[in-house]
Design a binder for this molecule. Structure first.
Ligand code: NA7
Length: 286
């Protein structure tokens, strides 16, 4: 099996790196806060000293960090991935960023002789743990072929979407729709209960009709129980909405519904729910 690096052991990265380890890959991990490496090291991973060190010593290095600034920070500077990647090795950034950031990272890596693939994912904590993510890959096709065995461990589907930027764009389209749906779902559930309807019955009726979907089912139970245990941090959804609205500006595409949903997530951030689950957007309309 190829030696793989994994940078960023947050909610998603930890679960994904653990699956690679359990599948028999030789895994080297690094996290900004090194304490998060301990659990994986105990289970057999090596610990890298910097992103540069990991990229220099692994055939393919994966990264899963919070946002565009974090993704760029991993690559730049004397300890960054670009300083270590060298010729022919691969770098796969699985963080959700905008297409511009992804292209900047692609440039940094390819200038240094490496191969680059962006591969943001659709799916949160549970699919990351279960290895059932949807991986949206775009960029160097030879690296896609080499990374496929690892993708098959981390996800249930990993379509190749073309040139760098298209994975990022697909992810923003998907999450923009998810944020919009969650926002109107919260308003509906709140309106119904204010009108005296039973919340559980609202969920059952939705689930029996054309609007049934796994997200309403999963998040619906959380809303009724006022359980906001973080599976998908709300601050990351607001980032995705912000990046999608910015893409709309760039492409002259009207996004009135997404823009308003973005405002609801901003309100939730301001109210102090940034680190809670996306379900906490309900609290601003409740
Ligand atoms: P988490 O659980 O918030 O984890 C974020 C990770 O990103 C964590 O490992 C952080 O390290 C790391 N991070 C954040 N900023 C930096 C900088 N500047 N440099 C290096 N590392 C950094 O997020 P999730 O796992 O839920 O989500 C990850 C991605 O998937 C995100 O793009 C989502 O939109 C989808 P720390 O532990 O704080 O040192």
């Amino acid at each position: 099996m190829a030696s793989v690096g994994f940078l960023g052991l947050g909610i998603m990265g930890k679960a994904m790196a653990l699956n690679l380890l359990n599948a028999g890959f030789d895994v080297t991990v690094w996290n900004r806060n090194p304490e998060k490496c301990t659990e994986l090291v105990v289970k057999g991973a090596h610990q890298g000293i910097s992103p540069k060190d990991v990229a220099a010593n692994c055939d393919i290095t994966f990264a899963m960090v919070s946002d565009p600034d974090a993704a760029l920070a991993l690559c730049q500077g004397p300890d960054g991935v670009a300083a270590g990647i060298g010729s022919g090795r691969g770098y796969v950034d699985m963080s959700t960023v905008d297409d511009g950031t992804s292209k900047t990272i692609a440039h940094l890596i390819t200038q240094a002789g490496g191969r680059f693939l962006e591969a943001p994912v659709s799916g949160t904590k549970k699919p990351a743990e279960d290895g059932t993510l949807i991986i949206l890959a775009a960029g160097d096709q030879s690296l896609y072929d080499d990374a496929k065995p690892a993708f098959d461990v981390m996800g249930k589907m990993s379509p190749y979407l073309g040139e760098v930027g298209q994975g990022a764009n697909m992810k923003l389209v998907v999450n923009m729709m998810m944020g919009g749906m969650l926002s109107i779902f919260s308003e509906g559930l709140s309106l119904g209960q204010k009108a005296g309807l039973d919340g559980q019955q609202i969920l059952e009726i939705l689930d029996a009709g054309a609007m049934a979907n796994p997200m309403f089912k999963g998040k619906g139970a959380m809303l009724l129980n006022e359980d906001y245990t973080t599976s998908f941090p709300l601050k990351h959804m607001q980032k995705d909405m912000r990046l999608a609205v910015a893409l709309g500006d760039q492409l002259d595409q009207p996004l009135p519904t997404a823009a308003i949903a973005n405002e609801a997530f901003k309100q939730a951030m301001k109210a102090g729910f940034a680190d809670e689950d996306i379900a906490a957007v309900y609290k601003v309309v409740k």
